[in-house]
Design a binder for this molecule. Structure first.
Ligand code: ADP
Ligand code: MG
Length: 721
């Protein structure tokens, strides 16, 4: 009997090259086959096979990019992109003149439709400057591009092809699968399907692979989108439920003079900070662990909120509420992604805690420090200590506050009474690292994650469904408004002159080189590294000969990066030429201007984060966008950017204007294209979240939903980073 899990050979005899092609696409079972959705619906007879093309013919082909490069023709110096495109019948060369960015937009493996005249170029049959259409798994709400025409008519599904397996093969094999399998059990409970008018799994497969009408295909896509978002939510909700069963130290916050601690800050808290502190204090009082994400733009003051949580924690003694020990205190681990950040936090914590006499330690790969120092001759308020000594003091509970890098989660380090774990810039850590800092002994620590990555609400609800959210959506008062300018090519010089005058006043600057999309991440790093290095050379030679310029990019080792950042921090470097790696929270208040090259190629939220780098002091900050703002759409986006003040707002714009592709890191979260597009649909995401919560409330172990329990396991292992 053929089932969902059967191997494809049991359904259909496979030629060796078909098998190879399928395996390459990760298709092994009937189930995999059914989940291989068409990328588009069109009349397949309108395409010409590559093998049948002849010179002079006007034709549309559909194929996959095998190779693509951009270069300059050495004779005429025009930029061109050159590709080899393949369908099942053969390959053809494709040349685009004056469109060097095509090679960066289209990647290897991308399916394209090309329409143009077939001609001879460099002795080979070629398509020159064809009309180019990228074929993606398209958004659920843009059926206009999902279908070839706007009339219900021939709706032939088109699948991504590769050598050995054609679109027709898929149609045929899938049709056979759908008629052969008797029963496709649905993992989504029937009530939920009914409530949201979603088709059953079997109908959805039929609708998506063989729609009679547009609306069928759309219904199916909606079901699969809901399915995915629902399961992610379910996995997060189950995780949360599991966490809530664990025991945490209940922290007494009311009796403490938290007001007094806060009143020593050299600034009044923002309303958003007050509210977040309030959330956190309520969480800490509970005897189940807090799981909270504090999200706020760069400079919104997350550290002060964290410091208050730390204060409340370390002022508590271990033991049950009624039965506190009279000695020792609860401990806090505060993890930052880089040594510089950890060191900066150590220094600001010394200021926050000086008056309390509480000990603070710093642990990083390159050494350990302890505050306060007992060494009378010390130049600093802290001393270097040995790792083994520090380990001892942490293990016996003598040091309440430990700040550090990954070094904090090494096995050799154990806490006596770890009550609170704080993760700064949490998106920089993997789930496993996050879990291992929250590892329990008798008690699980409360967990406070912090991030400056602005993500839209729908995405936050989904991937951080196990966390409670606090937002710092308000900047501290008194900051100078940043001056953001779009710089046209003929105004470059003026900008450089302005930057020079700022450098003259003793300030520092960033120059960010554009994002370059290469399908191969290693290649991408190499290309960007090259452009950063070349731009630094050019600036040094032609524009800023009298200033010291440093470079920073992701091809460099962690140590190299740290050392450059250190030099920049200490003002041994005036201008840092970098890729977007500088996004992450290093605080160099003296850097007050930033140039972003190729600004139109960044997402708005990312631009905003880059801009945040220079908004850290009372000096007037400047952001210059060097953008190729030819199209109205680009102008519109750039204008939006100069006006918006808040990263969340911009993340929402990114999502609605340009789709989820703009949300950095989404791919690595492992959400499918359909799932990603669903994130544009707030109602769907909320429905999925509510359904997941309701289900877990009614059936916490999923005892009545064994199938769902099985499928959701996949999502439990998903890494959200
Ligand atoms: P981030 O959210 O990026 O981690 P920080 O916590 O590093 O921000 O704060 C950035 C700067 O703003 C620090 O110098 C901090 O002392 C200051 N700051 C924090 N909160 C306030 C506030 N309410 N008013 C004024 N300045 C503040
Ligand atoms: Mg920070």
């Amino acid at each position: 009997m053929i089932t969902f899990e059967s191997k494809i050979d049991s359904l259909i005899r496979l030629k060796e090259d078909t098998r190879r092609a399928l395996n390459k696409l990760n298709i092994f079972t009937v189930k995999d086959l059914l989940y291989h959705y068409p990328t588009r619906y069109a009349d397949a007879s309108s395409f010409v096979s590559i093998a049948n093309l002849s010179e002079g013919q006007n034709a549309t082909i559909r194929g996959t990019i095998k190779k693509i490069v951009s270069k300059k023709s050495w004779k005429t110096k025009t930029a061109l992109s050159e590709a080899v495109v393949e369908d099942v019948s053969g390959t053809i060369n494709v040349i685009w003149f004056n469109q060097p960015y095509l090679a960066k937009m289209l990647g290897i493996g991308q399916t394209v439709e090309l329409t143009g005249k077939v001609s001879i170029y460099k002795d080979k049959l070629s398509l020159v400057n064809p009309n180019t259409r990228e074929e993606k798994t398209l958004p659920i709400d843009s059926h206009d591009s999902l279908f070839a025409s706007d009339k219900d008519g021939v709706l032939t599904p088109l699948y991504k092809e590769s050598k050995g397996v054609s679109s027709e093969w898929f149609s045929h094999a899938i049709a056979r699968a759908l008629t052969t399998i008797e029963n496709i059990p649905d993992h989504i409970p029937n009530e939920i399907l009914k409530k949201y008018s979603l088709p059953s799994l079997k109908s959805a497969f039929i609708y998506i692979h063989n729609p009679k009408k547009f609306s069928d295909a759309l219904k199916a896509r909606k079901r699969f989108a809901f399915d995915e978002i629902f399961q992610i939510n379910l996995a997060r909700t189950l995780e949360k439920q599991k966490m809530q069963k664990e025991k945490a130290y209940s922290i007494e916050t009311k009796s403490l003079d938290i007001e007094n601690f806060i009143s020593r800050f050299p600034f009044p808290l923002t309303k958003a900070q007050e509210k977040s502190i309030d959330h956190i204090m309520k969480d800490l009082e509970k005897d189940s662990p807090m799981s909270r994400l504090l999200e706020g733009d760069v400079g919104s003051g997350k550290t002060a909120v964290a410091a208050t949580a730390v204060y409340a924690t370390v002022m508590n003694r271990p033991g049950a509420k009624e039965n506190k020990q009279s000695f020792g205190s609860l401990q806090v681990a505060y993890m930052a992604p880089t040594e510089i950040l950890a060191t900066q936090h150590f220094e600001s914590f010394i200021k926050y805690f000086e008056h309390t006499g509480i000990s603070i330690a710093l642990i990083t790969g390159s050494g350990c420090r302890k505050f306060p120092t007992k060494v009378a001759s010390s130049q600093t308020p802290w001393t270097n200590i040995s790792r083994s000594q520090l380990q001892k003091w942490i293990a016996n509970g003598e040091i309440p506050i430990v700040i550090g890098t990954h070094a904090l989660i090494q096995k050799s380090l154990s806490f006596k009474h770890l009550a609170l774990a704080i993760i700064d810039e949490q998106h920089r850590f993997g789930l496993n690292q996050r879990k291992s800092i929250a590892k329990k002994d008798s008690h699980s620590p409360h967990l406070l994650s912090m991030t400056a990555t602005p993500i839209p609400r729908t995405l936050a609800l989904t991937i951080y469904g196990d966390l409670d959210l606090s937002l710092l959506d308000e900047m501290p008062k008194g900051r100078k408004q940043i001056i953001t300018e779009i710089v046209l090519p003929n105004k470059r010089e003026e900008t450089y002159t302005k930057i020079k005058s700022l450098l003259q006043e003793g300030r520092q600057a960033y120059v960010i080189c554009p994002r370059i999309n290469e399908p191969d991440p290693e290649l991408e790093k190499a290309v960007i590294a090259k452009s950063v290095t070349e731009e630094a050379k050019r600036l040094q030679r032609d524009i800023f000969p009298e200033y010291k310029i440093g470079v920073l990019h992701s091809k460099m080792t962690k140590d190299q990066k740290e050392s450059v950042m250190e030099d920049f921090y200490e003002h041994k470097i005036d201008i840092l030429v970098a890729t977007s790696v500088v996004e992450v929270g290093v605080n160099v208040p003296n850097a007050t201007s930033i140039i972003i090259e190729g600004a139109e190629r960044f997402g708005l939220a990312q631009l905003h984060q880059l801009r945040g780098r220079v908004m850290r002091s009372s000096h007037q900050p400047y952001c210059y966008l060097f953008a190729d703002a030819k199209t109205e759409k680009t102008k519109e986006r750039m204008k939006l950017f100069t006006q918006a003040k808040n990263g969340f707002e911009l993340a929402e714009y990114d999502l609605s204007l340009r789709g989820t592709g703009e949300l950095t890191g989404l791919k690595q979260w492992g959400i499918s294209d359909i799932g990603m597009e669903a994130l544009r649909n707030t109602k769907l995401v909320e429905a999925a979240q509510i359904s997941a919560k309701e289900l877990v409330t009614k059936d916490p172990e999923l005892k009545n939903h064994p199938l769902l329990k099985e499928t959701v396991k996949l999502y439990e292992q998903m890494h959200f980073e």
